[in-house]
Design a protein around this ligand. Sequence first.
Ligand code: AMP
Length: 306
Amino acid sequence: MSLVVVGSMAFDAIETPFGKSDKIIGGAGTYIAWCASNFTPVKQISVVGGDFPQSELDALTARGVTLEGVQVKKDEKTFFWSGRYHMDMNTRDTLDTQLNVLANFEPVVPESYQDCEFLMLGNLLPSVQRSVIEQLKTRPKLIVMDTMNFWMEVAMDELKKTLAMVDVLMVNDSEARQLSGEFSLVKAAAVIEKMGPHFVIIKKGEHGALLFHENKVFFAPALPLEDVFDPTGAGDTFAGGFIGHLAKTRDISFENMKTAIILGSAMASFCVEKFGTQRLREIGKSDIDARLEQFVQLVNFDIDLV
Ligand code: AMP
């Protein structure tokens, strides 16, 4: 039984009020794989161009990420995204999106991925996400989908079709409002639950994340950090921690999802500490355990009701 991850693998160029990166390795699928591989082996589906460094692919393989489902289009260019963060480091403008190899990407699910029990649909064309679901002969135990405003603007109908087939949707607060047409996040989650997913996770950047399921709600804070260098990939890293924990424990109850969003938040807090995937490459189990302890301290209190 396995965790299959679908998502972009990319070159990013990032500007923050405090610094600027050259073209660095990014992509939703890349962040998810680096993060989730801390918890469980990953089978990756994506596409890159001939310009994507072989050393990056080798580094993922060494982490326990199977790349049989990653197509390398030798004569084409890798997906490129560039963004600039505002002073609050929570909001950003996309400066450039060059789909390149992603434009005509037709994923092929290898036979060895058919044991997929957990499927993480990272941010990608909704039609590609759906194609992966349709190629799996047995429906996974849990399908989690991430998406973004870009796809709501250019492919809303496709997005809604895919949404109808998943169990969990993860979006940020502005995307939840855009998708539902509701300002209240409680109402937005209820509207989105009617579109298909029984669980809705709304990420609020440095203000944490909310998990909605029917009339239940749970909140996970983000760790207050002294310095945030680059929030890029935080959402994907959150997704990697969330699905990584669920796949490792094979428990998809609401109670276990609560733990999973704390894990997601803890992993995201590492991601933002350095540019790109750099910090995720450095950390191991002891760092993760220490950070989880900080989360426990952050929200732990006793109260006597009088
Ligand atoms: P996040 O900061 O978690 O929202 O994810 C940022 C990552 O998403 C970057 O590394 C980008 O390469 C990738 N990305 C940005 N736009 C898109 C898009 N339209 N489709 C797929 N991946 C994207």
